[in-house]
Design a protein. Sequence first.
Length: 342
Amino acid sequence: MKIKTALTVPCSRFLYFHCMKNLLLLALLLPTFLLAQVKWKNVDSLFQPLPATVHVYYTNDSLEGKPNIAYYVSAELKDKNLDFTVDTTLGRRLTPTQYFERNNHPLLTVNCTFFEFTHNRNVNTVIKNGKLVGYNMHTIAGRGKDTLTYRHPLGSAIGIDKKRNADVAWLFTDSSEKYAYAIQRPVHEVLKDSLNTFSKKKAEWISQTANADGTVQSTLSKWKMQTAVGGGPVLLQNGNIQITNNEELKFSGKGGLTDKHPRTCMGYTKDGKLIIMVVQGRFKGIAEGATLEQEAKLLQAIGCWEALNLDGGGSSCLLINGKETIKPSDKEGQRPVPCVFI
């Protein structure tokens, strides 16, 4: 009996801890599993006419148990019958439907950049026909005890070049420069000083990387895009979730990262498809929105290689042939914005 007890008690403990370990692993994996179960339905028939290389998808599957409504558009970058461009205003804002009307009814119209209300101005990069027409905000004033200090992040953007290749990068932009300058990795240490200005020389300095021989060099280079829109933070790099909010200083506190909101985002796949996604939100019990991590997982699950978040909340709005997909969250309807991707 003593031998039997000595054998069974350790075995029971082993099984107990083994089971608990598996349950813990399941609990950790469950959110990812639930997101992986989101099924997308092709709804091309609701938005005709569409080119053969453009498709529209819809889901109302829940996100981690919460009600959800989302759409995304997939478009072949190499299709020369498609023209990817932007429209932006100066000192005023228009609704996506107003942009649709003044641009001869484009196939797709979607909000993109963040902006400030005082001058109705973009605070992110905008490139139209190869020319910089919107610039990143590179200087953020400190608060509280840090009111005399400034932080200088590099904001992110997604661009399409002449050969119809897409790229997501972190940029330095300035009205005195002809081109945007990009690095292909986030700058983890945001520059902090007492100056309310930021220069290309400083951008080159913070973008330095070490070589194998011990020397250092700047990895900042010209970003020659035909069309680009900025936002942030980056959500995916090399197919992996990499949310660079700390590097871009987009949202402060946990609320901006973990709260559910309407979302707009863009990315691209390795096989050359541009992805534009919107998630409806702020409709309790109907569509409650997504966190940045949920947004990233949705993009990853449909095959995006690189992707970034764009302006969301009440700005989120996607029109296909002038028809709304998600319902904007502002009670007034579509929010006027200073720039759209079309």
